[in-house]
Structures are given as structure tokens and as C-alpha cells.
Design a protein around this ligand. Structure first.
Ligand SMILES: Nc1ncnc2c1ncn2[C@@H]1O[C@H](COP(=O)(O)OP(=O)(O)OP(=O)(O)O)[C@@H](O)[C@H]1O
Ligand SMILES: [Mg+2]
Length: 264
């Protein structure tokens, strides 16, 4: 069984990071949350509706309310041009053509895809990273209340990763969207997540404030994860200065400790 005994409540507007080793159940969790797969037992509810209930009771989420970007979103591109692909979601929601176009172009810009350069291209002529941006733009263009993103930064270069995380933070702040992001990079999680969930063999191994869990290098190591660079630097500084140093250091605080070290 891919997941068992997982119980969690997600509040509107939360930014949740989901992590854990390969095969721990992260993608399965997102698919259940999206109502894509019915749970073998137990329930998934969104906004008072039961999602993915078995057989006749099966209910889909309200159209456009939940946006899921799969782990290999490039497999989901199927239109003949990039613009048509990004527009597909908003058009399917029944938006007027002008509004769908405006949303699609805004989402492309936010993913670093200049419409003048990319709109008319075939998705199949793009690089993997570009295809991934197109797929994410397609999800963002629907402006869902809940965004479920399965390793959205995989295959992106560091600058684009930073941009994407910044964009997600903006979407969350501006629209109050709930965002659940799967990832393995704890520096990214330190920037993005307010709550962190660690899965192990399909079970919840930890679920709590991201700042506390990310500062626990032993816990992270036990799940095959590496603490954020700031946490590792803090541990090195504490050892060198032989006194405690706060667990999640800001860059400014780290610089201050390094100056102290230089003076020792
Ligand atoms: N349709 C299925 N039938 C049987 N087992 C499955 C199915 N889908 C997933 N699993 C199993 O469930 C477990 C969790 O899979 P899942 O894809 O959720 O892992 P993950 O944490 O997303 O891994 P990764 O980091 O590789 O993406 C794995 O052991 C997988 O083999
Ligand atoms: Mg996965």
C-alpha cells in the first residue's frame, strides 16, 4: 500500500512542503489530495465535498479549484502551440477568450516565457526545462485556490528555481492560495514552506512548523535529507565558536558570526 494511516488537515492559505525519500508516498499523497485517485479506505475532503469517494459517491473537485502539476508535467503537453497549451485550462473553465488569453500570457511571463518568443512554438520543440515551465504556467493560469506541485523545481536551473519559489510566494500572498509543494531541497523548503511534512514508507514521519523541523539536522538525516545550508553553517559556527548559535541563521546573522570567528 502506497500510503497508510495518514491524517492531516490543510488550512486555506497554508504553504506546505512535503518531503521524504524516494518511494515514500509524496506523489501518491498529492494525487489523493487532488481527487485523482480514490483512497482504498479513509476519506479526502475539500471544501465540504468528499473527493475521490468510492464508485458512485465519487465526486470531483469544483472545476479549477485544485491545480495539480504532476512530477513529469511535460508528459501532459498536447496542444500544437505553447499558447494553446497554457490557455487550455482557463478556456476549459469557460472563461471568455480574451480573459483566457490574458491569464495564459500573464502565467507565461511569470514563468519566464516571453509570449512573443514562445507562444507560437510547438511544445515538442522546447527543452525539458522549458516544457516544465509551460506545464507550470498552464496550472498557474487557472488560478486555482489550491496548488499541488510535485517537485516543480526538478530540471530547472538555480535562477529559474529561485524565480519560481518567489512567484509561488507572491501567488500565496496576493491571492491566499494554498500551496503544497513536494521537494528534496531543504534550502528551497526553508524559503517556501511554513509547514513541513516528512513521509516515510507511506506514513507521516513528521508534520510541524518548517522552521523547527528544518533546524533538526538529525531528523532530516534520518530521512535521507540534508539540512539547509544555513543550518549546516550554524552547526559549524557553533563548533568553531564553542557556543550555541541559533539553528536557522539568516545570511546577515551568519556574516556576523563569521566576523566574530575572525576575531577569535
Ligand atoms: N499504482 C501503484 N500500484 C502499486 N504501487 C504503487 C502505485 N503507485 C505507487 N506505488 C508505490 O507506492 C510507493 C509510493 O510511490 P510515490 O510515487 O508516491 O513515491 P514518491 O515519494 O513520490 O517517490 P519519488 O521521490 O520517487 O517521486 C512506492 O513504493 C511505489 O512503488
Ligand atoms: Mg514522486
Amino acid at each position: 500500500m502506497a500510503l497508510s494511516d495518514v491524517s492531516l488537515a490543510i488550512r486555506p492559505g497554508e504553504r506546505i512542503g512535503v518531503t521524504g525519500a524516494v518511494g515514500s508516498g509524496k506523489s501518491t499523497l498529492l494525487e489523493l489530495l487532488a481527487g485523482l485517485k480514490p483512497p482504498a479506505s479513509g476519506r479526502v475532503r475539500h471544501d465540504g465535498r468528499e473527493l475521490g469517494g468510492r464508485r458512485r459517491r465519487r465526486v470531483k473537485p469544483r472545476p479549477g479549484s485544485i491545480g495539480l502539476a504532476l512530477q513529469s508535467p511535460e508528459n501532459c503537453l498536447f496542444e500544437s502551440t505553447v499558447l494553446a497549451d497554457v490557455e487550455f485550462g482557463p478556456r476549459n473553465l469557460g472563461l471568455a477568450a480574451g480573459e483566457a488569453r490574458a491569464r495564459a500570457e500573464a502565467a507565461m511571463v511569470s514563468m519566464g516565457l516571453a509570449p512573443a518568443r514562445f507562444s507560437r512554438r510547438s511544445p515538442w520543440s522546447l527543452s525539458t526545462g522549458e516544457q516544465r515551465r509551460v506545464a507550470l504556467a498552464g496550472v498557474l493560469a487557472m488560478r486555482p485556490e489550491v496548488l499541488l506541485l510535485d517537485e516543480p523545481t526538478a530540471h530547472l536551473d538555480p535562477a529559474t528555481r529561485q524565480e519560481l519559489i518567489g512567484r509561488l510566494l507572491e501567488v500565496n500572498a496576493d491571492t491566499g492560495a494554498t500551496i503544497v509543494m513536494v521537494g528534496h531541497d531543504m534550502d528551497e523548503m526553508a524559503r517556501f514552506a511554513e509547514r513541513l511534512i516528512i513521509l516515510e514508507d507511506g506514513r507521516l514521519a513528521a508534520d510541524g512548523p518548517a522552521a523547527a523541523l528544518l533546524a533538526d539536522a538529525d531528523l532530516l538525516r534520518a530521512h535521507g535529507l540534508e539540512a539547509p545550508a544555513t543550518v549546516r553553517l550554524g552547526m559549524m559556527l557553533a563548533a568553531a565558536l564553542q557556543r550555541p548559535v541559533p539553528a536557522l541563521l539568516s545570511e546577515a546573522a551568519a556574516a556576523g558570526y563569521l566576523r566574530q570567528l575572525a576575531e577569535v
